[in-house]
Design a protein around this ligand. Structure first.
Ligand SMILES: Cc1cc2nc3c(=O)[nH]c(=O)nc-3n(C[C@H](O)[C@H](O)[C@H](O)COP(=O)(O)OP(=O)(O)OC[C@H]3O[C@@H](n4cnc5c(N)ncnc54)[C@H](O)[C@@H]3O)c2cc1C
Length: 288
């Protein structure tokens, strides 16, 4: 690994100034789980790391019934999973976070680092997309709030400018009748990363689907909302047949990637199965 300098700013503003001054040769360091792997493999060779470790405020998770949820970028996956307010108001998010990787990664990796790396084979981005997340970023020019669908630009690419740091993830308050289910499919039990994921967030009255957001992740370059399938489900009573029809649309509409872990056609089939089970599972209708 190339030698580097480890900088520890005392504020977000100082971190942004460092990033602006040092330019491309520098990287933000949060939990280091993704960064260290990239540096050991010499895929990344920064001369400086700007650690966020002293910015305690970025670890907070807070909920307000009117404002919704605010998760500091430095919250660990394990913090999100065991947060009482996340468990009470966003159980789908808590459940997703409790399944990320393994205990080591959950207790070292941060939710902000996960989003900023934009590795497609991960869990939070799709789940946060289905929950309507907004990403708060701060740079030398001030703060911006970006919807997650605009924040995630492409395979390992985000909308972050070079001097910007993600400070917070915001979720709107859950509406009356809100419910959700996050499902992930692993190719083998020993492989931690998902090959496909489906996040379904709805407003429902028993089996009647009032409103829906459905996002597929891990099998596509970046997670995507499946709007044709959403339109099919919204305003209907969900049956096993409707769930299967929506899952077929999901599978047809995704931009499936093909790589060493699975071909595009394999991923498409897995997404079809996971989507059908997720929709029918949430609405309690039979699915083989
Ligand atoms: C063995 C292994 C298995 C894994 N399995 C899964 C899995 O099953 N599911 C899953 O979801 N994820 C999985 N991951 C990925 C894991 O979620 C991420 O590695 C982790 O969340 C990254 O967070 P970090 O704090 O360690 O980021 P770092 O490694 O510190 O940073 C990652 C990148 O984001 C940038 N960055 C970090 N924080 C910020 C910020 N606040 N603002 C701006 N830029 C920032 C860094 O500069 C770097 O480019 C796995 C990782 C490993 C190593």
């Amino acid at each position: 690994m190339r030698d580097f300098e480890f900088l520890e700013p005392a504020s977000v503003a100082e971190a942004s100034r460092m990033l602006a001054d040092l330019g491309d040769s520098c990287r933000v360091f949060a939990g280091g789980t993704a960064l260290m792997l990239g540096m050991r493999q010499r895929m990344l060779t920064p001369s400086h790391l700007v650690s966020l470790g002293r910015l305690e405020d970025l670890r907070r998770i807070g909920f307000d019934p009117r404002g919704g949820l605010r998760i500091g970028a430095l919250a660990l996956h394990a913090d999100v999973a065991r947060s009482p307010v996340v468990q009470a108001h966003y159980p789908m998010l808590a459940s997703m976070a409790s399944r990320v990787a393994n205990p080591q990664v959950r207790n070292q990796g941060t939710i902000g680092g996960n989003l900023c790396y934009a590795d497609p084979a991960t869990d939070p981005p799709g789940c946060l997309m289905a929950l309507g997340a907004q990403i708060v970023v701060s740079g030398t020019g001030g703060e911006r709030v970006i919807g997650i669908e605009d924040f995630l630009v492409d395979y390992y690419v985000t909308a972050l400018a070079g001097d910007e740091v993600v400070t917070e993830i915001r979720l709107p308050p859950p509406a009356a009748g809100a419910d959700g289910l996050y499902s992930r499919f692993l190719r083998t039990a020993a492989e931690h990363r998902p090959l496909a994921s489906v996040a379904l967030s709805v407003r429902r009255e028993r089996a009647f689907c009032v409103d829906v957001r459905l996002a597929v992740g891990a099998s596509t370059p970046i997670p995507a909302r499946l709007r044709r399938a959403e339109a099919l489900l919204a305003g209907k009573t969900v049956t096993a047949e409707l769930a299967a029809e929506a899952a077929d649309i999901v599978a047809a509409d995704i931009n499936a990637v093909s790589d060493l872990r699975g071909s595009a056609s394999y991923r498409r089939e897995m997404v079809r199965v996971v989507a059908r089970r997720t929709i029918s599972g949430l609405f309690g209708v039979a699915s083989e």
